[in-house]
Design a protein around this ligand. Structure first.
Ligand SMILES: Cc1ncc(COP(=O)(O)O)c(C=O)c1O
Length: 404
């Protein structure tokens, strides 16, 4: 008889977004005349930039022509895209990354979930709390954690690193030494960023202890503050301890198109084995590449016109972020994020729980956000709003919240 992977039974149901959807549906059914504004989910709403659309059309045309038709993509991704990534995301920032250290994929979610496969099961992982849930759940599925402790709101055998207002939502280096450290900056859900000096401390720690940092830079394009690192490879020595994940979802609106990449420097070795070679083997065996037309669309993002359009797109969302941040601050809320990230993280007032505040906001302002407790035990008492709505809806939502 086939046996299941019983690690899956340790997983907690993905209640967060389904509970939100259920509550919102219930509310709209009972209050049909009310206009509910959703600032909860992390999906983009603006259409794809014109340069991307033109590149897609051109590539589709090529696929219909015998001379230019393409079949399977190269394992690591097309050279034209890897070169554009290398030049624009790394060399222009002084990071010494080669095109063949870049693995093109269908997005950062799959890569952040799959990367754990190249590590042994007895590695101890460390994650921020609150956290993007994929890092934890993928390790639970693999069997790298213990059971869920519902009193603690945490899995056993995972090092949770609290990220709270007191530490600027950047964790302290834990006392217990982790083997694998997940960091994500700009951060989802807190909207916090990490300084170069602070990130350097993590890199130095990882190099000293032999840990590996998995650095999720999915929101890098939202950084506007001078001096904040866009890549972990801006730190000295990062090539011997860090893997970096990127996405085209939030900078260029590819959430439905699907494109991302992972960087593994050739120098990164553990136990004398190159992690690059392990991931190359995994990629070659289990993945047949992002579609040619999508990789051409990705290349277009790096054209001069593409870059201008991307700046405009990010600027649109960041105008929303500024409106939320300033509006809520003026109204006396304790808020953070929203400057170098599309997420605003607010402290729930009057010692309410995150879910109580969710219900209050839905009923009294008809606005939907995300309860912080859905991202981990240390998210309790916080609430996430996203800047991915339309400007008009964002303004209306903030005005409603502040006049509650
Ligand atoms: C931190 C973080 N990493 C990765 C992703 C997923 O990115 P992609 O759309 O490239 O899979 C998200 C999406 O919300 C995210 O918040």
């Amino acid at each position: 008889m086939a046996k299941i992977n019983s690690n899956y039974t340790k997983l907690q149901g993905s209640y967060l977004f389904s509970t939100i959807a259920k509550k919102v549906n219930e509310y709209t059914q009972n209050n049909p005349g009310k206009k509910v504004i959703r600032l909860g989910i992390g999906d983009v709403t603006r259409p794809l930039p014109g340069t991307v659309i033109a590149a897609l059309h051109k590539a589709v045309g090529e696929m219909g022509d015998e001379e230019t038709f393409r079949g399977y993509a190269p394992d690591l991704g097309y050279e034209f895209l890897r070169k554009a990534i290398c030049e624009n995301d790394y060399r222009s920032r002084g990071c010494d990354i080669e095109p063949d250290e870049i693995f093109v994929s269908d997005g950062a979610k799959s890569d952040s979930g799959n990367i754990q496969e190249i590590f042994a099961l007895d590695n101890r992982i460390a994650v921020c709390d609150p956290v993007y849930p994929v890092y934890v759940d993928s390790n639970v599925m693999a069997g790298r954690t213990g059971d869920y402790d519902s009193d603690l709101g945490a899995y056993r055998d995972v090092i949770y690193m609290p990220c709270m207002g007191e530490n600027g939502f950047v964790p302290r280096i834990p006392e217990e030494i982790p083997d694998i450290i997940y960091l994500c900056y700009p951060n989802n859900p807190t909207g916090a960023v990490i300084s170069l000096d602070e990130l350097q401390k993590w890199v130095d720690f990882a190099n000293e202890k032999g840990s590996v940092i998995i650095y999720d830079a999915a929101y890098e394009a939202y950084i506007s503050t001078e001096g904040i690192p866009h890549s972990i490879y801006e730190c000295k020595g990062a090539k011997t301890c860090a893997i970096e994940l990127h996405s085209f979802s939030k900078n260029a609106g590819f959430t439905g198109l699907r494109l991302g990449y992972t960087v593994i420097p050739k120098e990164l070795e553990r136990q004398g084995v190159s992690l690059h070679s392990l991931w190359a083997r995994r990629h070659g065996t289990k993945y047949n590449g992002a579609p040619y037309i999508v990789q051409r669309a990705g290349e277009a993002v790096y054209s001069p016109e593409g870059k201008r359009e991307i700046r405009e797109l990010v600027g649109y969302y960041m105008k929303n972020a500024a409106y939320i941040l300033n509006g809520l601050k003026k109204a006396g809320y304790e808020v953070s994020g929203g400057v170098d990230a599309p997420y605003i993280w607010l402290k729930v007032p009057d010692n309410m729980s995150s879910w109580d505040f969710f219900d209050h906001l839905l009923a009294d302002a008809n606005v939907v956000g995300t309860p912080g407790s859905g991202f981990g035990a240390h998210g309790e008492g916080y609430f996430r709003l996203t800047a991915f709505g339309s400007y008009d809806n964002t303004v209306e939502a903030v005005d409603r919240i502040t006049s509650m």
